[in-house]
Write a protein of this length. Structure first.
Length: 242
């Protein structure tokens, strides 16, 4: 399954001038639940996806796969990824990586807001409505590769909807529910924090463990949601979630 994914507030505020002062919501402690529909030929797949933020932590949860990926934004400017397997209550901890937006190492904003700074810079703001927390901006990108439409909630730093149409495939995101109760969000991260973890470097010594065997089979997902397209609309290899 493919997922489309900054410097956070500074980057987004530069895309369109807007007075968001009426919104008292904290976008750094929030959760969003999405439905994602992908179609290729006659095959249509509908899967849920959840984005969770808690300060310098961002989690992407795939309910159908019972798998979560959490990134911690470290003070030295790196990100530290952990993949959790919910059924085993166990995680694999990876080495921290630099915040560079390459196909191998996604930048922090790719994970934080599901749409990249490069994508916004390539898009055209065609409509803006509402105010405060409910202000909504519509961006489009049309070229030979993809027709992309993004509805963006700048105060919440959330994608409300996203539709990408290519010659032989399409993908559509729809925001279904937003959680702003900080106690619920912090409790969610506290549960993950209680899971046992294994350092990735030690995985080879424990291949008999069923959870670790499953992890090895699946491999580590190197891209989050907006890794689906480059800024020019071309598909990024390796950004597939199955």
């Amino acid at each position: 399954m493919k997922y489309l994914l900054s410097t956070l507030a500074l980057c987004i505020s530069s895309y369109a001038s807007a007075d968001l002062s009426a919104c008292k919501l904290d976008p750094s402690v929030i959760a969003a639940q999405y439905d994602i529909i992908t179609q290729k030929g006659e095959q249509v797949v509908n899967q849920p996806f959840e984005l969770w933020r808690n300060g310098n932590l961002v989690a992407h949860y795939q309910p159908n796969q019972r798998m979560s990926e959490i990134w911690q934004h470290l003070s030295n400017g790196q990100i530290r990824p952990i993949r959790y397997f919910e059924d085993y209550k166990h995680g694999i901890e990876y080495q921290s990586v630099d915040l560079i937006g390459t196909t191998a190492v996604p930048a922090w904003h790719d994970k934080y807001q599901l749409i990249t700074e490069q994508q916004f810079n390539k898009m055209t703001l065609i409509e803006q409505s509402g105010e405060g927390c409910e202000q909504l901006q519509t961006y489009t990108l049309n070229n030979k590769v993809v027709a992309l439409t993004v509805k963006w909630l700048p105060a919440q730093k959330l994608v409300q909807s996203l539709k990408a149409i290519k010659k032989d495939a399409s993908e559509e995101w729809q925001l279904k529910h937003v959680i702003t109760a900080q106690s619920e969000i912090k409790q969610k991260f506290a549960v993950w924090d209680q899971y046992q973890t294994t350092d990735y470097a030690d995985v080879g010594d424990n291949e008999s463990d069923p959870m670790l065997a499953k992890m090895i089979k699946l491999g580590f997902i190197s891209h989050g949601a907006s890794g689906f397209y480059n800024a020019d609309g071309t598909q990024i290899e390796g950004s597939h979630h199955h």
